[in-house]
Design a protein around this ligand. Structure first.
Ligand SMILES: [Ca+2]
Ligand SMILES: [Ca+2]
Length: 191
């Protein structure tokens, strides 16, 4: 059974608004994440060096760079996003062990120090063709949720979580033809 088919559809307008906010917040998924790492009320950038698997946090005051510091080294993991999964006041990393991994892992941070890890939900399994795209608290319960995306159908879905535990899921809007969450581009039509 496709675990996504059992979920009720969400009202479209609130989800579109929430999705737009997450698109802004997590633009460049698997390449950047945004959250407030030093607790000054201003979101900061997480940069990752794809070759050396290092992360760095760029502290911002509104749009102004105020400093940077190294974050945890990812090894062979990929960063999907940053959000406070265990609600301790510190943003955490959402990581994948490959770009197409069905399994997620949450790296709990205190500031920029890694203090623990936990596997993401193992039940249900992510259906074939779907991948992880970002994080955001869509239902406003204080816990970050996963955004899933099917690049073939352009359908979105939300997995509501409580920390690293799956609670429920819902389909989101389907993106229009020609629009995508990924950054692939094939202007010459060779794809
Ligand atoms: Ca946390
Ligand atoms: Ca939530």
């Amino acid at each position: 059974m496709n675990p996504l088919t059992q979920f009720k559809k969400m009202p479209i307008l609130p989800l579109l608004i929430a999705l737009a906010l997450v698109v802004v917040a997590a633009a460049g998924a698997a390449g950047a994440a945004i959250s407030d790492f030093n607790g000054d009320g201003h979101p900061d950038f997480v940069l990752q060096n794809g070759c050396k698997h290092k992360t760095a946090i760029w502290y911002l005051n509104n749009n102004v760079y105020t400093g940077s510091a190294p974050g945890p080294t990812l090894g062979f993991w990929f960063l999907v996003g940053a959000a406070d999964f265990n609600r301790d006041g510190h943003p955490d990393y959402l990581s994948l062990d490959s770009g197409i991994s069905p399994d997620t892992e949450i790296w709990y941070l205190s500031g920029r120090t890694l203090v623990g890890t936990a596997h993401g939900p193992s039940v249900p399994r992510v259906p074939s063709g779907w991948g992880w795209w970002g994080v955001g608290d869509f239902n406003g319960d204080g816990y970050p949720d996963y955004v899933l995306y099917n690049a073939t159908t352009r359908q979105t879905a939300i997995w509501y979580l409580r920390n690293n535990v799956f609670i429920s899921g819902a389909y989101g809007p389907t993106l229009p033809v020609g629009w995508s969450f990924d950054d692939s581009c094939d202007p010459w039509g060779y794809g």
